[in-house]
Write a protein that binds this ligand. Structure first.
Ligand SMILES: CC(C)(COP(=O)(O)OP(=O)(O)OC[C@H]1O[C@@H](n2cnc3c(N)ncnc32)[C@H](O)[C@@H]1OP(=O)(O)O)[C@@H](O)C(=O)NCCC(=O)NCCS
Length: 171
């Protein structure tokens, strides 16, 4: 499947809102939910404005994933970019209708290329203990679970649980 990774700032708030609303329950079953105020045109526009500011500061790079016809399939983000430390964190979400097609795996590979292009040495991801699909994606891309505990819990629609940090060295 031909995929394009497109700067999120170029996508209309209406398109992004439709994607997030259509997948809200699915995402909230696997990751922490967004504030209710996010789910409006104004809320999404503010969200994107915040991401654009972060991109300008160089602390984040946020993309949507589109197919050849331009349909929005998912999102992929490089965040907490710290050029002094040579590190960043990644996040990604794929629409429920497109799960199991290898899209997240390709998204993570894309984000690692973006990290390499920025000269970063380490990339991390924070994953809920129950999110076996995400852990598998990271495993396929060469990440390994870090030994240290994160001490971070996250609340999803299924309850509160611990997280695990995954890490890859690009050096
Ligand atoms: C987790 C998520 C990103 C996976 O996206 P995806 O495009 O379906 O992932 P891929 O198709 O690239 O790979 C999924 C892998 O997990 C495996 N998998 C799926 N469900 C699984 C489960 N319950 N247990 C173990 N492995 C599972 C698949 O078999 C596949 O591995 P394989 O290629 O070895 O067969 C997607 O479900 C999602 O967006 N979830 C909500 C947001 C989220 O969890 N983001 C990640 C936060 S860390």
């Amino acid at each position: 499947m031909g995929l394009a990774f497109v700067d999120i700032a170029t996508i209309s708030p209406a398109t992004l809102l439709a994607f997030e609303e259509a997948n809200r329950a699915y995402f909230e079953s696997m990751i922490d939910g967004r504030a209710p105020s996010f789910y409006s045109l104004e809320g999404v526009a503010q969200h994107v404005a915040g991401l654009r500011e972060e991109a300008e500061r160089g602390t984040a790079a946020s993309f949507v994933i589109a197919d050849a016809a331009g349909a929005l399939l998912g999102r992929a983000n490089l965040k907490r970019i710290d050029t002094a430390a040579g590190s960043a964190e990644i996040g990604y979400r794929i629409g429920a209708d497109h799960a199991g097609k290898g899209i997240a795996t390709r998204a993570v590979a894309f984000l690692l290329d973006e990290a390499r292009d920025r000269g970063l040495a380490t990339v991390e991801a924070l994953v809920l203990a129950s999110n076996a699909a995400s852990a598998r994606v990271l495993d396929k891309c060469g990440f390994v679970p870090a030994a240290e505990a994160t001490g971070i819990t996250v609340t999803t629609a299924r309850g509160t649980e611990g997280t695990r940090r995954y890490r890859i060295s690009l050096a």
